[in-house]
Ligand binder design. Structure first.
Ligand code: NDP
Length: 251
C-alpha cells in the first residue's frame, strides 16, 4: 500500500489504555494514525507510542495535543490532522473520564465535567470531523460507550448519562450522514483492565468476574479488535449499532 492510499485515523485519548491499543491496531491494519493526548504528563507516552507505531508498522503517526471537551480545541485537533495527512477517514471517540459518587452527593461540577468530556468531547470531535468525511463521501466513526451506558451502575450517574448519551448521538448521526457514506457505530466495553479500572480491589474484581460469562476482565486488545472491524472497509454496511465487548456481562 502506498502512503497516499492509506486511511487516516484520529483516536482521542490515545496515550494509554484502550485508546493506545486502538491506535496500535489501526496502524497494524495499515492506517496512518493521529494520537490525541490531553495532559502534559501524557506527552511522553504519546510520543513513545508514535515512535513504536512507525517502527513496527511502517505507517505515519502524529501526536495531537488537545482537550476534547473544548469545542475550539477539537476543531484545532481535526484541522491539524487534515493539514498533515490531507484527509480524515476514521474518528474514534475514546477519550473519557470517571468521577464517581452517589447521586445524592454528586456536585454539579462533578456531573458536568464527566458529561462535558465523555459526551461533549465526542460531539465536539464529530462536529468538526463530519464535514470533512461528508465531503470525502467516506467515513467511519466509532464512539466508545460503555455497558454502564446501557445498563446503568450505582455511583456512576454522571458516567452512565454520558455513555447513554453517546449511544443517542451515535444513532442520530448514523441517520443523518449515512447517505454520505459515513458510518457511525458505538462500542460498549464491559470491564477492561486499564488505569480506569485499576482502583478496583481484588475482592471487587473477583465478585465482578463472577458475573462475566467468560470469567475474565477484558483486555484493551479485545476492544481494539471490535473498533478496528467497525473502522474497516468491510464494515461498510453496518451503521447505528452498539457492539458490546463485555465478555457476556450483560447476559
Ligand atoms: P484511561 O483512563 O486508561 O485513559 C483515558 C484516556 O483519555 C487518557 O489517555 C486520557 O488522557 C484521555 N482523556 C481524558 N480526558 C480527556 C480529554 N478531555 N481530552 C483528551 N483526552 C482525554 O481509560 P480507558 O482506556 O480505560 O478508557 C477509554 C475509554 O473507554 C473511555 O471513554 C472509557 O469511558 C471507556 N470505557 C472503559 C472501560 C474500562 O473498563 N476501562 C469500560 C467501558 C468503557 P490524559 O491522561 O492526558 O488525561
Amino acid at each position: 500500500m502506498t502512503n497516499s492510499e492509506r486511511r487516516i485515523a484520529l483516536v482521542t485519548g490515545a496515550s494509554r489504555g484502550i485508546g493506545a491499543a486502538v491506535a496500535m491496531r489501526l496502524a497494524e491494519d495499515g492506517m496512518n494514525v493521529a494520537i490525541n493526548f490531553r495532559s502534559e504528563g501524557s506527552r511522553a507516552a504519546a510520543e513513545e507510542l508514535r515512535a513504536q507505531i512507525e517502527e513496527r508498522f511502517g505507517v505515519e503517526a502524529m501526536c495531537v495535543h488537545g482537550d476534547v471537551s473544548g469545542f475550539e480545541s477539537a476543531k484545532d485537533m481535526v484541522a491539524a490532522v487534515v493539514e498533515r495527512f490531507g484527509a480524515l477517514h476514521v474518528l474514534v471517540n475514546n477519550a473519557g473520564i470517571t468521577q464517581d459518587g452517589l447521586l445524592m452527593r454528586m456536585s454539579e461540577e462533578q456531573f458536568e465535567r464527566v458529561v462535558d468530556t465523555n459526551l461533549g468531547g465526542a460531539f465536539n470531535c464529530m462536529r468538526h470531523a463530519v464535514p470533512v468525511m461528508c465531503k470525502q463521501r467516506f467515513g467511519r466513526i466509532v464512539n466508545i460507550s460503555s455497558v454502564v451506558g446501557v445498563r446503568g451502575n450505582a455511583g456512576q450517574a454522571n458516567y452512565a448519562a454520558s455513555k447513554a448519551g453517546i449511544i443517542g448521538l451515535t444513532l442520530a448521526a448514523a441517520k443523518e450522514i449515512g447517505g454520505r457514506g459515513v458510518t457511525v457505530n458505538a462500542v460498549a466495553p464491559g470491564f477492561i483492565e486499564t488505569d480506569m479500572t485499576a482502583a478496583l480491589s481484588e475482592k471487587a474484581t473477583a465478585a465482578l468476574t463472577d458475573h462475566i460469562a467468560l470469567k475474565r476482565l477484558g483486555q484493551t486488545e479485545d476492544v481494539a479488535c471490535a473498533v478496528a472491524f467497525l473502522a474497516s472497509e468491510q464494515a461498510g454496511y453496518i451503521t447505528g449499532q452498539v457492539l458490546g465487548v463485555d465478555g457476556g456481562i450483560s447476559l
